[in-house]
Design a binder for this molecule. Structure first.
Ligand code: KG4
Ligand code: ZN
Length: 341
């Protein structure tokens, strides 16, 4: 039997300082997340400078806790995986420099991981038998992609947003109706009490039926205009109806393109990844539409959807199998593209 490979992984691309130990890319021994949400809430969004400082304060303790709860010491670790982009440069650098220091100290390989590839990999943890090829819908606060995953670490971007990411649109609409940050989960909850057909918010039209791209700034502006109009007319706003109608516009767009992508690639499974993958309406609608065309829909559990290091440990393992390790001069790349090495 081959030796198990234990990867210590670190994630600090945005407002979560996270560390995890993952065995053979699929088995999570520990998954520690220190969230800064309460700090950034006051500002209505992530403040990059504050995020970097908080990562510095948290990282040693978070890594130690990941090792402790895995009941391992640094000497037991076979490689160190770390997110090196995309993300906030100051935030990325904290995790990256820490990971380099550890890899150097234990004389083990360093593996640079693309944050988005990490989100996709969360599905390998959730579904132990899952193997490429499959289509993946990536929906996070900063990114929205439809990706065809041909093989481990081998991606084809089939569609992406031309403006706002899905999570970003949720957060902006939530702020406009006074729900606070992060808005996605709050809209998800409020929408359950609303009528999703109360207001017709338009979907972007690219005049090209074959495009799998998205655009969410139009629907966001339509919500803002609706709110302004109602205020000017002094009419009462039903926030639950706004949340439900906005959510329907976003989810229908995501689901339509995701199903189209499965048909194009003739695959029978679609994995969903990123913070918005926790959305209950997206989950229910995609499962329902998938059933109609024989496509199985996969979602990681919520703790693996949001930013975490276990997903980075999984992606790092498959990179290591391909021999893709990094040297100690690896730099943070804030706008790292999917599939770029
Ligand atoms: O993947 P993630 O944790 O961080 C990024 O890499 O961006 O995603 C965070 C995003 C936020 O925009 C948040 O509002 C959204 O995911 N989100 C949700 C839900 N839970 C988190 N959006 C809609 N419904 C949810 N239940
Ligand atoms: Zn993320």
């Amino acid at each position: 039997m081959e030796k198990d490979i234990k990867i210590l992984a670190i994630e600090s691309s945005c407002d979560e300082t996270a560390a995890a130990v993952v065995v053979n890319g699929r088995q999570v021994l520990s998954n520690i997340i220190a969230s800064q949400i309460d700090i950034h809430k006051k500002f209505g969004g992530v403040v990059p400078e504050v995020a970097s400082r908080k990562h510095i304060e948290a990282i040693s303790a978070v890594v130690q806790e990941a090792l402790d709860s895995a009941k391992l010491s640094l000497q037991d670790i076979d490689a160190v995986g770390v997110t090196y982009g995309p993300g906030l440069v100051g935030a990325l650098l904290v995790g990256l420099q820490y990971a380099k220091g550890l890899a150097y100290a234990i004389d083990k390989p360093l593996i640079g991981v693309n944050h988005i590839e990490g989100h996709i990999s969360a599905n390998f943890i959730q579904y132990k038998e899952l193997e490429p090829p499959f289509v993946c819908l990536v929906v996070s606060g900063g990114h929205t992609f439809i990706v065809y995953m041909k093989d481990y670490g081998d991606f084809e971007v089939m569609g992406e947003t031309r403006d706002d990411a899905a999570g970003e649109a949720y957060d902006k609409v939530a702020r406009a109706i006074g729900l606070g940050y992060p808005g996605g989960p709050k809209i998800d909850k409020l929408a359950k009490e609303g009528n999703d057909e109360a207001i017709k918010f338009p979907r972007a039209n690219f005049h090209d039926d074959s495009s799998l791209d998205f655009s969410f700034s139009g629907v966001k502006s339509a919500v803002l205009n609706y709110l302004n109009n109602m205020k000017m007319k002094d009419e009462k706003i039903n926030k639950a109806d706004v949340a439900a109608s906005f959510q329907k516009a976003v989810v229908d767009f995501l689901v339509d393109n995701a199903i189209k992508a499965c048909k194009i690639k003739r695959v029978d499974k679609i994995a969903v990844a990123g913070g918005v993958a926790s959305n209950s309406c997206l989950r229910n609608t995609l499962i329902k539409e998938g059933e109609k065309v024989g496509v199985k829909v996969l979602f990681p559990e919520p703790i693996l959807c949001t930013d975490n290091a276990a997903m980075i440990g999984s992606a790092a393992y498959f990179e290591l199998l391909k021999g893709r390790t990094a040297s100690l001069d690896l730099n943070a790349i804030p706008n790292l593209k999917l599939g770029e090495r």
